[in-house]
Design a protein around this ligand. Structure first.
Ligand code: CA
Length: 225
């Protein structure tokens, strides 16, 4: 997880950078608004901690440009005074949360973690094909509302097939993605796993979703009616 801090006050900036790095994040620190904006637009950040009062371009300006560019990473902004107008303005411009200075680092860390959890797009957590649903977060699979128990490998295999829905996946690709190894000639392991997965998610249901493409591999798709 990569975090950008935009903070001109040297002590606060260093303190936040060190604290977040110790908490396991990859951290970049910008000390003015333009530098912060440049990094926010060009680095691949999961979250931005943004001070409001900044030299060269203030936090509002940074936030506005970041949102206009279509970037949707969560932004936690830091304000010096607890002014209702400041908060409202920040939230209107697309900030996700705010903290009033001075704050305890533990408070900031808790907010950062909450925002990172919330920031994950919903569609990445739930995958569907017809009435089959895979919930990545809860590690749960249902079909027609019926809970299906899968082994870890079966789950990973189904996740891969759902992610690449409609694409024929060669056995070699499945082997490298699900088993993290290369099967040169013996692809029996995959055939067995696919057969077991089908027995659970396809055999008792209609329509059949997983198809063998002879000589090529496997595809998961909803057949046309
Ligand atoms: Ca400042």
């Amino acid at each position: 997880m990569k975090i950008l801090i935009v903070e001109d006050e040297p002590k606060t900036g260093d303190y936040l950078r060190q604290g977040l790095a110790e908490a396991g994040f990859v951290v970049d620190l910008a000390r003015d608004g333009l530098d912060g904006l440049h990094l926010a637009l060009n680095g691949d950040y999961d979250l931005v901690v943004l001070d409001v009062m900044l030299p060269s371009l203030d936090g509002w300006g940074v936030l506005q440009t970041v949102r206009r560019s279509g970037r949707e990473m969560p932004v936690l902004f830091l304000t010096a005074r607890d002014q209702v107008e400041d908060r409202v303005r920040g939230l209107e411009l697309g900030a996700d949360d705010y903290l009033v200075k001075p704050f305890a680092f533990s408070e900031l860390l808790a907010r950062v973690r909450t925002l990172l959890r919330r920031g994950k797009p919903k569609e990445a957590e739930l995958m569907h094909a017809a009435d089959l649903e895979l919930d990545l977060l809860r590690r749960r699979v249902t079909r027609a509302g019926v809970r299906i128990d899968l082994t870890a490998k079966e789950f990973a295999l189904l996740e891969l097939l759902l992610r690449r829905q409609g694409e024929v996946l060669p056995r070699s690709l499945i082997a490298s993605q699900v088993w993290d190894m290369n099967f040169d000639s013996d692809t029996n392991v995959i055939e067995v796993a696919v057969r077991r997965l089908r027995a659970k998610v396809d055999d008792p249901f209609e329509p059949k979703l997983i198809r063998t493409v002879r000589g090529m591999g496997y595809v998961l798709e909803v057949p046309e009616a």
